[in-house]
Design a protein around this ligand. Sequence first.
Ligand code: NAD
Length: 329
Amino acid sequence: MHSLLIVGVGSIGHRHLRCFQQTGRVHASICDSNSELLNQLADQYDVKDKFTDLTSAMASRPEIVLISTPAHLHIPMATTAVEAGSHVFVEKPLSTSIDGVDELVERAATRGVTVGVAYVMRHHPLLQQLKQVIDTRRFGQPLQVTVNSGQHFPFYRPAYREIYYTSHETGGGAIQDAITHMVNALQWLLGPTTALVCDAAHLSLPDVEVEDTVHVLIRHGEILGNLSLNQFQLPNETSLTINFEQATVRCDLHSGTWQYCTQPEGDWLPGGESSLERDDLFVAQANAFLDAVEQGASPACNLHAAKHTLQTNLAMLASVRDKQWYQIP
Ligand SMILES: NC(=O)c1ccc[n+]([C@@H]2O[C@H](COP(=O)([O-])OP(=O)(O)OC[C@H]3O[C@@H](n4cnc5c(N)ncnc54)[C@H](O)[C@@H]3O)[C@@H](O)[C@H]2O)c1
């Protein structure tokens, strides 16, 4: 059994508590500055050790610290935990600026601890099947990718006006909060992002000013990409199409299927499917991180990959501001 401290038990921290407990591999303790929420979750999940600040929580010397506070707190909290010798699992995005990231990478290496970032799409069975298709070159090289994604954020997150979402400084807006998932997934599937130009605007969500709609033209070396995402459309749908040298592959996350077509006017042929309950991805992610800790292996999304996605998030924000293409370091 691993001792796991979850810092921040709001929306996603609550889910992590439930999903890590479901693995049967952890003893969880929790920390949140909101003591009412802390007490409520401690009762509901039978958690004995609860803390209202990170300093007192770290005195219990947890083996693993999971950080699910707003993004501007991730690097200082992760640094504290790594310095204490804990393995760290931190929510996405890694941060809202590059400050302190290289120091965290160095300290994690010196301490010999595992640090992973919770880009959960890497555990999606359809995307894992797609990665297999790409890595085995089943249809040749991928040449072009299109992602279309949208959902009605106020329906799924009615509290959006009161949380980190309202400001870029705390990790809000569609770029850092939402499209970053698909950007990270494409980097995993297709390799690093090399350049991008981005357009974004606030079009619909009441009572906030951050962008709720993003369009990005993106390059992964020779591969051309095009992503669009909004947070107000009524259907909750995400489709990803990759045109390879020898086939077109379409992956519909909302229907849990992928299909492929190998000739002009040809039928779509079934590629694979998966049916997921809402917690399944998060339980898979929890088990994968615990496996990485036990094996001393790299987690599904390590600090280097998450730093690259952070640089991509920052380039998207800068591109919207400056109306220019950006090269990604
Ligand atoms: N992977 C996903 O699907 C997913 C989904 C939602 C959120 N997230 C990410 O998770 C992070 C948290 O999002 P959320 O929606 O759970 O936010 P939230 O506001 O619901 O929860 C954050 C919690 O952190 C607590 N907190 C804030 N400062 C603290 C401090 N100094 N010490 C202790 N506790 C503190 C708050 O009281 C709150 O309970 C964000 O980075 C967000 O982008 C990821």
